[in-house]
Ligand binder design. Structure first.
Ligand code: SAM
Length: 394
């Protein structure tokens, strides 16, 4: 889990205005990653309340909202509570909606994507709820391809409606550096969560022998450079009428100031046997600004060598899963080979696998222990870890 990080240091150095407006925020993540989000928030100096499934509630100032949205690596969305009111009937819904200070978040006629859910509620027709809200607010339709769309999340439970505004816009795994779709790209947020939860320290060597499009290596290199994941993209909050450009400029300045631009970077190695994967890794790393920090090579697992003799590091990878390799026997052999390669060529190194099938991972015979369990692309995924020898924690 992360310790106090550069963003938090940057925040302290420029002074965090306490006392101003407080936002009731829900940080949304893939279920199973809540603990990682809580420790990321703690590293920013933010104390979360008790998480629910895939949701971490936390109070924030405007500055903290901008900072967290740009800094969190494992979160998917950041939602700000706008209103809570009774909505047992459409008349109540319309009355409640008319009281919401929409002008803080929406410009007149701005397209809105209404994400309405309803549980055990008299207002169960979510499409009709969205229509009424759009009529009250006077929002434009979120046509496919429309830019400048604000997402508004409306959750109705029984007679209670809660309205939340999405501060991020495009989901936070979209960092802005992924150039081309890879075969089975790992979500950036899951790669980051695995790095944070594994116990890898940002000065330790890291190897990903099944790098695909390079997600793990790139997220690792960005962490080692203390580069906030949101420095390369924009956020919905920048379009809000209540947007505070000076506060955002100072947050960005603090984040840029926290970047480790020079100084040694850890050894980070990304290899894959597939040429297209290696091309994608190179292009993505270039766009992420970390091409110089990653050794990218086309090679197969069997050719893996210790990139940092005399040091222990981490093999953190997302091996092939599913049927693409052919029969399950092939996959068992591949996992067994991974175990042999890790055990003989990287002795004492920590090993962390992001894998769909823990039984398959058992064929590594590395004594991997479950660390996280989450979902990715609808499938259950596990982070399985074996500590580096002589180290504990994580
Ligand atoms: C699940 S994908 C990794 C996806 C990656 N984490 C990403 O973010 O794009 C597994 C990768 O393992 C590679 N691979 C399969 N067998 C291999 C082997 N024997 N040696 C090296 N790479 C292999 C495939 O080419 C594929 O890119």
């Amino acid at each position: 889990m992360p310790g106090p990080n550069a963003a938090a240091e940057a925040m302290r150095s420029t002074g965090s205005p306490r006392g101003g407006e407080r936002h009731d925020v829900r940080v949304v993540c893939a279920p199973g990653l809540e603990r990682v989000v809580v420790s990321e928030l703690a590293a920013l100096g933010l104390a979360a309340r008790r998480p629910g499934q895939g949701v971490v509630p936390v109070q924030m100032s405007t500055r903290e909202l901008y900072l967290a949205t740009a800094s969190l690596r494992s979160a998917a969305r950041v939602l700000v509570s706008a209103a809570r009111f009774r909505a047992a009937t459409f008349a109540e819904l319309e009355r409640g909606a008319a009281e919401v200070p929409w002008g803080d978040w929406l410009r007149p006629g701005q397209p809105v994507r209404w994400r309405v859910t309803s549980h055990r509620a008299p207002l169960f027709h979510t499409g009709a709820v969205a229509e009424r809200l759009a009529a009250v607010v006077g929002s434009g339709p979120a046509e496919p391809g429309a830019t400048d769309v604000q997402s508004v999340v409306v959750r109705i439970v029984g007679a209670d409606a809660v309205v939340r505004v999405d501060a991020a816009g495009a989901p936070l795994h979209q960092r802005g550096w992924r150039l081309r779709p890879a075969q089975a790209p790992l979500r950036e947020t899951l790669a980051a969560a695995a790095l944070l939860a594994s116990g890898w320290r940002t000065d330790e060597p890291l190897v990903d022998p099944f790098c695909g499009s390079g997600t793990i290596a790139i997220e690792a290199a960005l962490m080692a450079r203390r580069a906030a994941p949101g420095l390369q993209r924009g956020f919905a909050f920048q379009g809000w009428p209540s947007f505070a450009p000076g506060t955002w400029a100072s947050v960005r300045e603090a984040l840029r100031g926290a970047l480790r631009v020079d100084g040694p970077s850890p050894t980070i190695v990304a290899t894959d046997r597939d040429r297209a994967a290696i091309d994608a890794t190179r292009a993505n790393a270039e766009r992420a600004g970390v091409a110089g920090d990653i050794e990218v090579r086309r090679s197969s697992l069997s050719a893996l060598v210790d990139p940092a003799p005399g040091r222990t590091g981490w093999l953190l990878t997302n091996p092939p899963w599913g049927g693409r390799l052919g029969g399950a026997g092939d996959l068992r052999d591949l996992y067994a080979a991974l175990g042999t390669v890790a055990g003989t060529r990287l002795p004492g190194w920590g090993v962390a696998l992001i894998a769909a099938d823990p039984r398959l991972a058992g064929h590594t015979h590395l004594g991997l222990e479950p660390r996280l369990r989450t979902r990715s692309g609808g499938a259950l995924v596990h982070l399985l870890v074996r500590e580096a020898v002589g180290r504990s924690g994580g």
